[in-house]
Design a binder for this molecule. Structure first.
Ligand SMILES: [Fe+2]
Length: 272
């Protein structure tokens, strides 16, 4: 799966524009967002500049925002929810809070595998393998399957397996290899743990750099953040780790990509 660089920016604008254009008379779009990246500020500003519609952003965690929309019911001012990760999109979909959207523009710009009837994704990131260069070679960890190989006993660290990032990774393994193989893989990974799961992806990268473990998985943007950091400790950490985009050759799958997507709520105001 590939998502070309220029598209996510265009897509989020479209995503917002789609709903905004329906009722531009009120000039405010209520955007509930669980995605907190500075890069999005420019998109919101561009949208307001182009349309004159202000964005009223309510930020929070995914679960809190979904609960809020649910509790607000028919009175919810929410027009769009932005969230990240397929696992959370599935939760949102199942709650039935979101309305189907038909849009020729969105359908032509966003590949069918990155949208559903009630959500459209506008960015993707990969879950990659991060390893300690002083104890492993890139060749040792070319595939997710390697993480379960007994040769990595005592070398793997990870955040909790119940976190949506790892649930989505597990779901992708089930989708590619079936439940039995996926369970076997998960048991193999657990058997290779250097320590009990704790912390977020950045903590795992730091643990690899510090030698507490030799390999982990991380979403790409956590790596980018550390690479851009001006802190000496982060620069030092990044010198110690290597990155592998898993399953690029000779396997039946590719790296697991995560999506960020927007959904429009069932109560989006209609044009007057
Ligand atoms: Fe994250």
């Amino acid at each position: 799966m590939r998502f070309h660089g220029a598209r996510p920016l265009a897509a989020i604008s479209l995503c917002v524009a789609l709903i905004g254009s329906a009722w531009s008379e009120e000039k405010v779009l209520n955007l509930y967002s669980a995605r907190h990246y500075q890069t999005d500020e420019a998109l919101y500003a561009g949208f307001t500049r182009q349309t004159g519609i202000k964005i009223n952003r309510i930020e929070g965690k995914e679960d809190e925002l979904l609960e809020r929309i649910k509790n607000e019911g028919a009175n919810s001012p929410a027009d769009i929810l932005i969230t990240v990760d397929a696992a959370r999109l599935a939760d949102a979909h199942e709650m039935g809070l979101f309305a189907p959207v038909k849009s020729k523009i969105l359908e032509s710009r966003i590949p069918a595998n990155l949208r559903a009837e009630d959500w459209f994704s506008f960015s993707t990131r990969a879950r990659v393998i991060v390893y300690a260069k002083d104890s492993l070679k890139a060749n040792d960890v070319q595939n997710y399957a390697d993480l379960a190989d007994p040769k990595l006993k005592g070398k793997v660290c990870t955040r909790s397996g119940s976190h949506p990032y790892n649930l989505s990774l597990m779901a992708s393994i089930i989708a590619h290899q079936g439940e039995a193989k996926a369970e076997e893989w998960a048991r193999g990974v657990v058997a290779n743990f250097a320590r009990a799961p704790k912390g977020g992806d950045t903590d795992q990268i730091r643990a690899v750099a510090a030698g507490e473990c030799a390999v982990t998985v991380s979403n790409t943007y956590y790596l980018a953040r550390l690479m851009r950091s001006v802190k000496a400790e982060d620069k030092k950490a990044m010198e110690k780790v290597g990155v592998v985009w898993p399953d690029q050759k000779a396997t039946a799958r590719t790296s697991t990509f995560r999506v960020a997507a927007c959904l429009n709520t069932r109560h989006t105001r209609k044009p007057p």
